[in-house]
Write a protein that binds this ligand. Structure first.
Ligand code: DGL
Length: 272
């Protein structure tokens, strides 16, 4: 039985999962977090299922050494390709981000036309379409992969004319489909929210799965009797690990988290 005051493990291929960690910090301030960003092996979105499954298993093994009580796969690609497998192998709860985003989108759409943007692997897996059609059979889902978004975010070009031009090209297809709801189906993309908003206009509801994922985590911990009993833990409530470029990661994390990340540690993930 896990200790309810143990941390929650959160992982992503890089910095994108920080958008989910940020939401968990906001909604569940008493929970400790151990974050892992696979900065040496990002991007996942152009890799095969076998490779991403190997990465996910290694990261889960690493997080288990930190005695986490539950794990959030804060990466749509790893969720799409590996959640079912790794959750079935695990004796602690593991959740992803796709179910949460799909649920919000289905509840938000008025015209039944939903767009999803994500990596090639996520869109290619068809998982958002599958999950949403199960929730509401009549809806239409239009997927579009946006492979250049992740490098642009990792480069820190969040508000840049180049990013705007790239986004305009990718999103044109979805504008033409008249979607009224757009899922930001990659955890890096909420960092491009203002650019995407500018192009899609105020009439389109932008869904960030992070919000609903944090809610789902809160419900799950409660249900399993795993919610932290502590009040906000001041001594290192959040720990950050990466597989490369620890200082760059820390700088980026500090620019988006409402909290000062003092230390990020590089580990050799291939050892796990
Ligand atoms: N942030 C990740 C996602 O949500 C993937 C980015 C990548 O590594 O390609 O899909």
């Amino acid at each position: 039985m896990s200790d309810r005051n143990a941390p929650v493990g959160v992982f992503d291929s890089g910095v994108g999962g920080l958008t989910v960690a940020r939401e968990i910090m906001r909604q569940l301030p008493n929970e400790r977090i151990v974050y892992f960003g696979d900065t040496a092996r990002v991007p996942y979105g152009s890799k095969s299922r076998d490779t991403v499954l190997r990465y996910s298993r290694q990261i889960i093994r690493f997080l288990r050494t930190r005695e986490v009580k539950a794990i959030v796969i804060a990466c749509n690609t790893a969720t799409a390709l590996t959640l079912d497998t790794v959750a079935a192998e695990s004796d602690i709860p593991i959740i992803g981000v796709i179910h949460a985003g799909a649920k919000t989108a289905v509840e938000s759409t008025r015209n039944g036309r939903i767009g999803v943007i994500g990596t090639e692997a996520t869109i290619g897996s068809g998982i958002y379409t599958e999950v949403m059609k199960k929730m509401k059979p009549g809806i239409q889902v239009f997927g579009k992969s946006c492979p250049l978004f992740v490098p642009l975010v990792e480069e820190g070009w969040l508000h840049d004319p180049v990013t705007e031009e790239v986004a305009a090209r990718y999103l044109k297809e979805l504008q033409d489909k008249d979607v009224d709801t757009l899922i930001l189906g990659c955890t890096h993309y909420p960092l491009l929210r203002s650019t995407i908003r500018k192009i899609m206009g105020d009439g389109v509801c932008l869904v960030n799965p992070a919000y609903e994922t944090a809610l789902e985590l809160g419900r799950l911990l409660e249900e399993k009797g795993l919610s932290s009993t502590g009040t906000k833990q001041e001594d290192f409530p959040y720990r950050f690990y990466v597989s490369d470029l620890a200082d760059e990661f820390r700088g980026f994390a500090n620019s988006i988290l409402p909290y000062d990340v003092e230390m990020t540690k590089k580990i050799d993930i291939e050892k796990y």
